[in-house]
Ligand binder design. Structure first.
Ligand code: ATP
Length: 308
């Protein structure tokens, strides 16, 4: 079973308009409302891959109920802790050129609900792969680091993938329970504390920086593929040029692909190809967290993995 945590789930609303003019009234051409948040995107992709996935998280109020209903409509197994307040709404306004985003921060999670979450998790005892993805909401009496570390220690898991803010990751990497991270270039630079000028420099950092010792790192490079450190070997993934529609959520889809590869005992090369194909397929489709199995099958043959 793959267990995915989404601590700060949201209703994601996308408004498609012609031009965004500050101070003017806008009537959107289309409105899309989805259950969102990085963890939810990961779980959605695993669900489309027909993997045995369970989504856990906090939800609150009527927005929380809407999130749960939307997930149940796509038969995604979920177990949420219901908290006080309202789950957040995240708005993206797309005018064909730019995307303007308004992101709420979500409700405060009281200590009593954090305890309930841990209790629920401990009762499960074991999962094979676990994913923690996305931001942590405001917590009563705990830092995001403490919260994530407690979650990682509350269930036995063979492989933990953590995709959270670089500022949290820096400290989380000291824990043996973090097996794999998936930063993009910006997050990677923030993590190491300086901006890499070129690919060779990133390879050098991946090889020698003690932060990454004994960790698997999927450093994704958007349309340029990825650099991967897996089992202390380094790889470069070269991806084909495809018609891209919406790359938002490609990182989350890549995380889903990594989890799927680990769960299904893929070798390194196949796992990398599969994870890349999930990311590209998401980018080729309009909806965030949506992949197509036929696209993935076609893409796998076009992705080249080079050992470096
Ligand atoms: P997000 O935060 O939107 O989920 P990210 O910044 O974490 O994404 P990216 O590095 O943009 O992640 O992309 C992850 C993977 O998705 C890439 O390694 C690649 O396989 C695929 N991908 C992303 N953007 C493109 C693109 N423009 N063309 C082709 N593939 C892409």
């Amino acid at each position: 079973m793959i267990l995915v945590h989404s601590f700060n789930s949201s209703i994601d609303i996308t408004y498609q308009i012609n031009h965004l003019n500050i101070g003017q009234v806008h009537r959107p051409n289309t409105v899309i409302k989805n259950a969102g948040g990085k963890g939810i995107n990961v779980a959605k992709v695993l669900n489309q891959l027909k993997e045995n996935v369970l989504l856990m998280g906090y939800i609150a109020g009527n927005n929380g109920k809407t999130i749960k209903t939307k997930l149940e409509n796509i038969t995604l197994s979920n177990e949420f802790i219901e908290t006080d307040g309202e789950s957040r709404i995240c708005i993206a306004i797309n005018d064909g050129v730019h995307q303007t985003e308004i992101l709420e921060s979500g409700p405060l999670i009281k200590k009593v609900y954090q305890k309930e979450y841990i209790h629920k998790l401990k009762r499960k005892q074991h999962c094979n792969v676990q994913v923690i993805s996305g931001s942590t909401p405001i917590l009563e009496d705990a830092t995001p680091l403490e919260h994530t570390h407690t979650i990682l220690n509350s269930i036995e898991s063979n492989y933990n993938i953590v995709d959270v803010r670089a500022s949290e990751l820096q400290q989380l990497l000291q824990y043996d329970e973090v097996h794999c991270i998936k930063p993009n270039e910006t997050e990677f630079d923030e993590l190491i504390g300086f901006t890499c000028e070129h690919l060779e420099q990133r390879i050098d950092v991946l090889k020698h920086n003690p932060l990454f010792q004994n960790k698997d790192v999927f450093l994704t490079l958007g349309g340029n593929g990825a650099l991967i450190k897996r089992n202390n070997h380094l790889y470069r993934a070269h991806i084909p040029n495809m018609q891209i529609v919406n790359p938002v959520g490609s990182g989350d889809s890549t995380v889903a692909g990594i989890a799927y590869g680990i769960e299904n005992l893929f070798d390194d090369e196949m796992m990398i190809k599969f994870a890349m194909a999930c990311g590209i397929s998401n980018a080729m489709n309009e909806q965030t967290g949506y992949i197509s199995l036929s696209q993935i099958n076609e893409l796998i043959d076009k992705i080249k993995v080079e050992k470096i």
